[in-house]
Design a protein around this ligand. Sequence first.
Ligand SMILES: N[C@@H](CCC(=O)N[C@@H](CS)C(=O)NCC(=O)O)C(=O)O
Length: 229
Amino acid sequence: MIKFYYNTGPNPMKVALFLEETKLAYEAIPVDTRKGEQHTDNYKKINPNAKAPTIEDEGNIVFDSNAILLYLGEKTGQFMPDNSLKSKSELYSWLMFVATGIGPYSGQSVHFQHMAPEKLEYAINRYTFEAERHYDILDKRLSNYEFMIGNTYTIVDMAVWGWTRMIEKVIAVGELEKRKNLKRLMEYIKTRPASHEAEKISERNNHQFKIEIDDEASKHMFPQNLRLK
Ligand SMILES: N[C@@H](CCC(=O)N[C@@H](CS)C(=O)NCC(=O)O)C(=O)O
């Protein structure tokens, strides 16, 4: 059975969606990053980057959400486009665009608006600008295609879903409404029972994650701040 190390952040949620869509058997194992569980030696053996998610499957360890989606997509053959090089060119390009663009810019945009000890206008402007630009690119792509890769719902749509669920926190309230095509994709995924199962993963498993971002949580999640003192 797949071991799925997760928290309820946008990156693990993409994987939760895939697992629920495919109904693969899995055990959900919480990694409470606000309590520092990502930094234990045991966890870093399976995720050297000390973040969630990670999976263990048949002796294989895969970390990084988009790598996990690709691994599970290839393993099952589900939610993947056809095997042509043309489809692969699109799959790899858009999956990496989400991994290296949407994810990091969204993360920094949330950080500087909602987590940083000071409101730095320069940083907020840079990251909200880049986040807006990246979501516009998704919206434009979806104005030409029903899904990110043509007419098929794939792992790329799941990767997009993970962060777009948070767009109001990433940019501002009303930002999904401004992007009608992206909104259409989000509404489609909402009609799928798997997305609701994914959203309830911690509740179903009775896992209680720490909610407060207090000094303890900040110490674990933003270790760079120690250098400021
Ligand atoms: N590139 C990684 C990023 C993973 C990531 O940032 N995970 C967050 C949850 S969404 C986390 O574990 N944060 C805890 C920390 O930064 O200490 C991926 O896509 O899996």
